[in-house]
Design a protein around this ligand. Structure first.
Ligand code: ZN
Length: 258
């Protein structure tokens, strides 16, 4: 039985090149199930922006990026929620949430894609379920792989929600998300410096209105050094055919949020 658990687990981690050497006990299908469960729980505490044009817009930009990841074949969901603070977060199972305040703060579509690429990279690298794997360890190993405990996903979802749904990522995870995100941007034809531009906007806001960016800084430790690293790296990445921006479209979406 132990051998079965180990081989099945090894199989899930080897599927994706990004995650090949990382410890993760969640098979992808279970992670996506957890995402559905979390999204349902989250629906009680957030207000989703009730505007199809806004949601279609963010979903479209997100999917452009996801197409260049190792998890392109999974159903990702991008959602704009009503919240004036400048924040975005990823939960397990390819779900990315963007605050309306962030959407209003960005000055360009590519800058918006810069932050989306960072969140998508947390999802692609499966940082949240890696953390959970470490926390729950052996409790999960048998149950998920052998399918013994269907209630476990619900139980874990409830515990995550009770603890605050957004995981705080480590500095290593942040660095990995930055680097993966930069590559994804370049492959999508977006100048990778767009991510640095968004981070610089956050740092500037932290000086002026710290409370408006507090949550972002809380879950994604961001320092001037890290932003400088992103800037330097983005200069070394070759971008393919440049993706055209649609400033009028962004302006229309921002208008709808006001
Ligand atoms: Zn992050």
């Amino acid at each position: 039985m132990v051998a079965a658990v180990l081989s099945a687990t090894a199989c899930t981690v080897e599927q994706q090149s990004v995650n090949r050497f990382d410890f993760n006990l969640f098979p992808e299908a279970v992670e996506w199930q957890l995402g559905d469960q979390l999204a349902a729980e989250l629906a009680d505490s957030v207000v989703v922006v009730d505007d199809e044009a806004v949601q279609t817009y963010i979903q479209g930009l997100g999917e452009e990026l996801v197409a260049h990841t190792d998890l392109a074949d999974r159903p990702w969901v991008f959602t704009v929620i009503e919240d004036p603070s400048v924040n975005a977060f990823a939960i397990p199972g390819g779900r990315v949430y963007v605050h309306s305040g962030l959407l209003e703060a960005v000055v360009s579509e590519h800058e918006l894609m810069g932050v989306l690429a960072h969140e998508v990279a947390h999802g692609e690298a499966r940082h949240a379920t890696e953390q959970l794997s470490e926390r729950y360890g052996l409790v999960l190993a048998g149950s998920f792989v052998l399918g013994q405990d269907p209630g476990l996903v619900e139980q874990i979802a409830a515990e995550i929600v009770a603890a605050g749904v957004t995981a705080k990522f480590s500095r290593d995870d942040e660095r990995e998300a930055d680097r993966l995100g930069l590559v994804t941007l370049a492959e999508a034809g977006v100048p990778p410096a767009s991510m640095a531009e968004f981070f610089e906007l956050l740092l500037a806001r932290q000086d002026r209105r710290p409370s408006s960016v507090e949550q972002f800084f809380d879950t994604h430790p961001l320092t001037a050094d890290r932003v400088a690293d992103v800037r330097t790296r983005s200069a070394d990445i070759t971008v393919g055919e440049r993706r055209p921006e649609d400033p009028a479209m962004l302006a229309r979406i921002q208008q709808r949020l006001r």
